[in-house]
Design a protein around this ligand. Sequence first.
Ligand code: SAM
Length: 286
Amino acid sequence: MDTSTYKSEVAAAFNSAAATYDRLGVEFFTPMGRRLVERAAPAVGDRVLDVGCGRGACVFPAAERVGPEGRVVGIDVAEAMIEEATKEAALRDAAMVELRVMDGEHPDFAPHSFDVVLGSYSVIFLPDAPTALARYAPLLSPGGRLAFTSPVFSDDTFPFLPPVFTELIPRELLLDLPPQWQPEQLQQRFNSWLADPRDLTRTLERCGFQEVTVVDEPVTLVAESGLAWVDWSHTQGMRLLWNHLAPDKRQQLRERLITSLDAMRDGDGPLTIETPVRYVTATVGN
Ligand SMILES: C[S@@+](CC[C@H](N)C(=O)[O-])C[C@H]1O[C@@H](n2cnc3c(N)ncnc32)[C@H](O)[C@@H]1O
């Protein structure tokens, strides 16, 4: 699969998910985005770039921090995400927020335009993330900060999902996936540098960053039920998996997941999963 086909598929998946993305009552991206912004700690007046901003899980917490004197620019390859985030910015009267359709691998900004670059669960979708990250370094002012999140995964996990979910997905249901969408292929092609903190640190240093920190911390994912989780999974990266499964396998996986997730609930209580998230921060060299 060439890079542009992959990117179009990713954009199409998030365009069709945008209307309900992070709005199905499942808590995950919003608390993660808020936590990432806490870690990056933009100050009043700072200029922030959020790469792969989606509907604004980081944009709006960042806007609260930088205030009217600051600026928060959210970019995303999916136009429908940008439309939803733009509506939200208007509702909040957030004049310091600017949203643009832009490929995160080709950020079109002048050098030193930002004090902080963020990317929550978005860097994992960039086909050549290290090259993109190297392009963010010159966009930062001296001492500027990079902060992003990713799943905590290993080489055999489905690339866009935390391992706990990969463990619930029977491998035999994935055998019919086209080769280029097999978890191992995607993982090795795009995200293997994120699995080991030492590789990650070395990669960021080569990209022009220093003082790299890698902290794994859980986000408490809460969904009303297994069914609610499965419906939600169609609105995030797992949509790429659903899209490539044959209808019978899709149905089998749906049933298997609902059963195993409901078995993890405490009676009729909600499904609560402590989901490890990797928070990476770094500063740019002067
Ligand atoms: C899982 S969502 C995360 C969105 C948001 N950061 C959040 O935390 O809710 C991944 C986002 O990355 C965007 N994305 C994927 N590839 C991209 C690219 N090449 N350039 C910009 N955005 C991209 C998707 O469209 C999607 O909105």
